[in-house]
Design a binder for this molecule. Sequence first.
Ligand code: FAD
Length: 318
Amino acid sequence: MKVTEHLKQSEKTLFSFEILPPLKGKGIEAIFEGIDPLMEFNPPFINVTYHREEYIYKKFPNDLLRKVSIRKRPGTVGICAAIINKYNIDAIPHLICGGFSVEETENALIDLQFLGIDNVLALRGDPIKTESTFVAEPNGHSYAVDLIGQIHNMNQGKYLYDEVENSQKTDFCIGTAGYPEKHYESMNMKTDLFYLKKKVEAGAEYITTQMFFNNQKYYDFVEQCRKMDIHVPILPGIKPITNLRHIAFLPKTFYIDLPDELADKLMSCKTNNDVKKVGIEWAIKQSQDLIENGVPGIHYYTMGKSEAVKEIATNVFK
Ligand code: FAD
């Protein structure tokens, strides 16, 4: 079922979460162990992130260093199929522009359709770790809006180069990303919202936000979207801070600010356990406030660890 249908059918705020494929070489059990504890909160869908290739230098027997391309977390589509099979709920693969030609994108979407996957979160993806700017494949998409356009075309039965006659239409519900604190490459919020609107006009039916720690930023973002005539549902993204490393890592990686009250509390933390307690309490407060304000759903970033999200959901969704 489509995300938009789940949202329409539900009278309550929906609980959903995002998982990462395990590191290459690890089994699917690690994924199930992360999902099992959260199933009691009835997630209608689970998102599975996509991780593009990275380049590393590998020493070969002749002592030469060779640049090789590796994918540390492959398996997004297979994990989605495994989730549908095991839990009988929807799985949403993230699909990115980076590393894909338009033909490869089309093939990936055909696979998803055959697997009975109804939803796709369409993203541009970040630059490769060793590069400073995003570079599209020679025949790939430069922006998420173009990927959304391609999926939308397939939903109209239009395949690449008009080579298929009497084609079957796909029926994907397309999600897109939104940034309450603006995307880091945007000149300002106004231009970011301008491009967000283009993504909705191209066919995106709902928005999932980047994590934020100050709910007012989300409320302002929603208000600005509505003023710009962006009327699709906007799912807030919540991430519990659970260790000392997160304190520097999250702002640096996701270009987000922590509010003073939270930062003050974190500054007095000495151990990972102290941080975890503060982070979970904060996420519970954020979630309760979002629910009181009638958000359609909350999307939790688990980053592969479900324990903190379980504690939050126990306080908020039970
Ligand atoms: P876009 O919408 O293409 O925007 C990128 C930038 O370009 C923005 O600054 C925008 O304002 C600007 N822009 C957009 N269109 C145009 C245009 N036509 N002309 C000029 N400028 C334009 N990354 C992954 O690699 N894998 C994942 O699984 C993943 N999941 C994510 C899930 C969520 C909910 C979120 C919020 C992000 C996720 N990301 C993921 C990260 C995302 O790929 C990065 O934030 C990326 O830098 C931007 O992706 P986007 O889809 O928002 O890009």
